[in-house]
Design a protein around this ligand. Sequence first.
Ligand code: ATP
Length: 306
Amino acid sequence: MITVNHLNKSYGTVQALFDVSFAIGSGEIVGLLGPNGAGKTTIIKTITGHLQPDEGEVTVDDLNVLTQTKAVQARIGYLPESAPLYPELTVREYLEMMASLRQIPEADVQARLIETVQATNLTQRLNQPIGQLSKGYRQRVGLAQAILHQPRLLILDEPTIGLDPTQIVEIRNLIRRLAQNSTILFSTHILSEVEALCDRVLMLFNGRIRLDSRLDELAKTNDALLTLDGHQTQPDALLKKLPGVRAVEKLPASNGHATYRVQGADDVDLCPAIYQLAAAQQWPVRELCQDVQTLESVFNQMATAV
Ligand code: ATP
């Protein structure tokens, strides 16, 4: 649905994007995760046709964003980082204005408006001026304008920024509901947001995509963790000799236990062989398990590597 090929973008002497490429298929919910200044907004503005890259190409449904900008924008629902709302307008007036700008046929406007405010839980606020709404409700209005023309692709730039925890939960639930009928790309610097909503994560550091992974794939590792009571003589040397073992790392000791991370080659479950070795050596095994990566551990590894 979206293809991004070899994007480069500089603002004067600051290079914001370096050779960014990825593709997003129909129905995916993808989180664009990165710290402040990583380049998330620059990517989003380029996909939505609000910024020209120096090099590279973006297509949405095979339409070129640079040359077919209007057609692309008609297919996208876009929530910018700070949605341009008009505080003096009521929610109804604002959405009617957006419906007219989006050229929704007049005969359809009221039905669309009702559907949209129902989807965003704004029905009770229709006649209230936007300037009187709380931040969370204003964010809903921003989402409402993004979905009014029933786009199949939603692009949301930091949709929960500045909201309190209750409002964050509400907006996340709303995004989850919208995802039932749309493909969604959203940017965030909040790890838990990606975990709560996404199928897939793109991690961006200093303008470069450092990781593109499904969340379920990310958790998987072939490493095993073996914890022994007390310190045995040279378990690492024996563990290293097991077939399929690439490396063994002794982790910092805690409570007098010694833990070893045993790294395996692809698709090898090391636990049965480690268990047999431990039994043969009569090691006092406290725990043997498959290691699991979290989004946080991967993010921290990437952050320290840049
Ligand atoms: P944040 O999470 O803080 O919103 P971001 O990941 O969205 O950040 P961008 O806003 O895309 O990052 O910025 C990427 C880099 O480009 C940063 O170094 C930023 O300072 C720079 N930048 C962005 N917009 C401009 C601009 N208009 N002029 C100059 N530099 C800019």
